[in-house]
Design a protein around this ligand. Sequence first.
Ligand code: ADP
Ligand code: MG
Length: 411
Amino acid sequence: MTLVLKTLQECGSLNNKAVLLRVDLNVPMHHGRVEDATRIEKLKPTFDYLLDQGAKIIVVSHFGRPKGEFDRDLSLAPIADVLADVLNHEVKFAVDCIGDAAKEAVDGLESGDILLLENVRFHGGEKANDPEFSKELASYADVFVNDTFSCSHRAHASIVGVAEHLPSAAGLLLQEEISSIESVLDNPKTPMTVITGGAKVSTKLALLQNLMKKADHLVIGGAMANTFLKAKGHPIGVSLYEPELVDKAREILEQSKKCDCNIILPSQVVVASKLEQRAENSICDVDDVPNDGMILDIGPMAVQAIEAVLASSSTVVWNGPMGAFEYKPFDAASVAIARSIAYLTGKGKITSLAGGGDVVATIKSSGLAAHFSYISTAGGAFLEWLEGKELPGVAVLVSKEGADAKKVVNS
Ligand code: ADP
Ligand code: MG
């Protein structure tokens, strides 16, 4: 099923209209300076469209995790300047997102102005999706535009609540992110290989169960694989694993046979006696892990087996690193796999999609991000999408127009 979301164009003329634009301004900061403005740069097309229309743009975002009250360290004030630099346009700032300060700032707006409201999570009403809070936020605008996929799994006031009060549409970035992910997951070109890894089976259980139905091959690496190795009776020494999920792992292995999905577990691993940088390590077969050994990465033979599967695949989806990549050399398998995927994508042999906080960090640090078909930086939202869940922030933007609207979006 292809989702059809209400588009900016469907909002009609926005000249002199106040648009409440929900974005994600959670850029990495260090000592009060923005380290990477990529997330803001990606918002430019939506801003350009709204400016071109002559709208008054009221920008709303959260920043960090304040406890429902003002927290100077989490103010969006410094981000206003960064936004202004990226857009090459003045950005006004309101010291509160509701109340007199917000109202006064909004009242002073003219066509083509941009106003950034202070961190919306300084009010508990945001996370509680409080109806009064939503109503007040919505009262400043004529139209609501959501341009943040990364926050759309949260039923918060500035994502879901306001949409009940205003005509709403998806921004260009949100549209792009969803169509990029959907184009891979919806009727993927087969064979499809899904690579999963990371710390815990428990956080990826729903993903495994959903993607097992779609994938021809399901690679399991990272500490997650340890629980599966344990379930199959292999010795895992003192490796990180989830004892309470061993039975579940066994069940997943059984289920995979029914849906004709080939689960690939590592046949060879890298072990060390402690988790630290440059820890002394050795490579061994999964049946030879010593009692005091800790599996920290999958071995080169396991990587080769995965590479062979990738070479015969048409679609690859990756979530979760193959090892404890923060500690070198236990990033080796993840980097090797990132290289293979980048190479095959470059050759036009596969369509590749990767997402999740840590796996994206691995891919970026090896300089390979541009060689993937699509990389999603939306951690939680991307995961829930892979789980096949409906995201509340996206659900409120679904167009009821049906087939005609579909044509508009796809044209
Ligand atoms: P993502 O953010 O890509 O979804 P996760 O958050 O699920 O990934 O997992 C990433 C974490 O898993 C990293 O901190 C990494 O060190 C850890 N990890 C992966 N493999 C192992 C392992 N074999 N032993 C210990 N930690 C591991
Ligand atoms: Mg993570």
